[in-house]
Design a protein around this ligand. Sequence first.
Ligand code: ZN
Length: 208
Amino acid sequence: MNKVKNIYCVGRNYAAHAKELQNEVPYSPMLFSKPTHALIEAEGQEVKLPGNRGSIHFETEIVIRIGKPFEQGIKVEEIVDSMAIGIDFTLRDVQSELKKKGHPWLLAKGFPNSALVSKFIPFPGIEEMKKIDFSLLKNGEMVQLGNIKNMIFDLQTIIDFTALNFGLGEGDLIFTGTPEGVGPVNDNDHLTLLWGNSILGECFIKFE
Ligand code: ZN
């Protein structure tokens, strides 16, 4: 994996997922970020996650990597150099408490290994991506299936919004939001990240 600088994440970017967690569908992109310590590549190994802080949910997402500095008017195909399938691991019970208190999500979203990514592949372009679904298998069973054509805010909107508000440049990653079907992971679960029928990454969950 090339050097990663910032990790941005989009919340509630698929209407069916916003609804499953009883959240409003947003009117502008909702962003948060993760520390770079959260990043890990799924290469078939054991991935350690906290086993004593309530339920941990998988959120399977398209991850794009920015390959050059943002400039006004730059197109997705010019600025994105590669993509991966990622999991935005979330301590769901912790997040519910934080939401009630109106606190930031960092404790629920920023723990080590909470930003899992598959290997990166060259960016195929938006139209090609719309022809290919991404999915997550948990112990061999498909638990999430998504396609970027169902995003509320498309990649261009997310890129422009992120650059305007936070800055965007080479080495930044964006987790672009999860479709519906999020659910818990458990100790020893085997997770497989699929782009169409190709396996881009897999790992085993180890609670500690
Ligand atoms: Zn997410």
